[in-house]
Write a protein that binds this ligand. Structure first.
Ligand SMILES: Cc1cc2nc3c(=O)[nH]c(=O)nc-3n(C[C@H](O)[C@H](O)[C@H](O)COP(=O)(O)OP(=O)(O)OC[C@H]3O[C@@H](n4cnc5c(N)ncnc54)[C@H](O)[C@@H]3O)c2cc1C
Length: 380
């Protein structure tokens, strides 16, 4: 077994770590406080070559999928909110195009992604969360266009994206077979942004409603064939799962490092609290959770790299484990900081708020367990 990254991946990891130390960590608290979208940093990430990781060379990509996992982890170490902006734009939003798009669509949209173009993935609706097939946004064909009517909620990068991949049904009675996938430009007639959510955490990233009011999408923006949308959406989510797990790992590592530093400095009863067994046990459990997450995540990422396809069971295991491990780690980090951990003076309270989303989006923990159970029992 070889657990080493190759030279290129190591160089990429060093570059991203350096970028995060200089350009992300010093601003992360301010973004959290102001809820300001970090446009300049996203642009700089594009310039530094981070958005090409995971994309093929014929669209300008410059790294394998393992590099994308590395970037999702390292960027989230600095700011989980920036992490989600990044991993949606380099993964979830564009997987429908890289997996199902034709050559023209790939050249038109993926080449822009490489340079740091922000994109979004519009699937969730008020009546269709975990149950994707219940979506009610409708489409009809009108000459050279598809006409979309309805809305999507909770869409990451919704307000800032240059383009979207989104989904609608031809006929509700057809269930999942009625769903098709589309690429939508931000200036499409009939398209607008609705409610922007106020959230518990992940403040640098926006979460918005997308409204389609007789929205005109050129027929050439259909993804794959009509009726394939359900499969396209699920495949995109499957592919993206490891990046969310890596986001959890980055967040957990940040909380752990802060807790170790604090425990070595803070003195009570005449000694550093890191010498107290109660604190040591917490730190030990946190370290085990982080190491286990790392193994599951990089195994799943390596399998994706090897086979060209995200492994359903291993990716779901990585996502459910790493997101719940991040929960435990951030909880303990706040505990180790005592009262200070509950104040805005220290970043652990931000990590604690940010991590909560990881167990919910891109498939809740319950949905991941469902996926794993179907794989291990062979029962669909
Ligand atoms: C900040 C944020 C960003 C997001 N970004 C995006 C995005 O970019 N694009 C996008 O399309 N969506 C996005 N989402 C939506 C997200 O993916 C959904 O919220 C998530 O899939 C859960 O759907 P729901 O909220 O409707 O919960 P529900 O599906 O209503 O679930 C409620 C509860 O019931 C449980 N449950 C549901 N069905 C089952 C079942 N069969 N078995 C067991 N338990 C079940 C769930 O696990 C959960 O605990 C985002 C959400 C948030 C909060």
């Amino acid at each position: 077994m070889d657990f080493e990254l190759n030279e290129e991946q190591k160089m990429f990891q060093t570059m991203v770590r350096d970028f995060v130390t200089k350009e992300v960590a010093p601003l992360a608290s301010e973004w959290d406080e102001t809820e300001k979208f970090p446009y300049d940093t996203v642009k700089a990430m594009g310039k530094a070559g981070m958005f090409g990781a995971g994309l093929s060379e014929n669209v300008g990509g410059n790294g394998d999928i393992i590099s994308n996992t590395i970037a999702a982890e390292e960027v989230s170490y600095g700011s989980a909110g920036l992490g989600v902006i990044y991993l949606v734009s380099t993964g979830l939003a564009i997987y429908p195009i890289s997996l199902w798009g034709n050559e023209e669509q790939k050249q038109k949209y993926l080449t822009r992604s490489v340079n740091g173009t922000i994109s979004a993935f519009g699937l969730t609706e008020t009546m269709a969360g975990s149950d994707v097939a219940a979506m009610q946004t409708k489409y009809t064909r009108d000459g050279d266009y598809y006409i979309l009517n309805g809305s999507k909620i909770f869409i990451t990068n919704g307000s800032e994206a240059e383009f979207y991949t989104t989904f609608a049904t031809k006929d509700l009675s057809l269930g999942y077979r009625g769903i098709s996938g589309f690429i939508l430009d931000k200036d499409a007639p009939g398209f607008s942004i609705g409610k922007v959510e106020k959230k518990m955490g992940m403040h640098p990233s926006s979460t918005s409603e997308l409204i389609f009011d007789n929205c005109k999408v050129p027929a050439e923006n259909l993804l794959g064939e009509e009726g394939r949308g359900f499969r396209i959406a699920l495949e995109a989510i499957d592919e993206s799962r490891v990046a969310i797990a890596a986001q959890a790992l980055g967040t957990a590592r940040a909380a752990f490092d802060a807790a170790v530093d604090y425990a070595k400095e803070r003195k009570q009863y005449g000694t550093e609290i890191a010498r107290l067994q109660a604190i040591q046990w917490m730190l030990a459990d946190m370290a085990v959770d982080i190491e286990t997450s790392k193994l599951l995540i990089y195994e799943a990422s390596w399998l994706t790299h090897k086979t060209g396809k995200s492994p359903l069971k291993e990716a779901a295991m990585a996502k459910v484990y790493a997101s719940e491990a991040a929960h435990r780690v951030c909880h303990k980090a706040v505990q180790i900081f005592g009262g200070y951990g509950y104040t805005k003076d220290f970043a652990v309270e931000r990590y604690y708020r940010d991590q909560r989303l990881l167990e919910i989006y891109e498939g809740t923990s319950e949905m991941q367990r469902w996926t794993i159970a179907r794989q291990v029992t062979g029962m669909k």
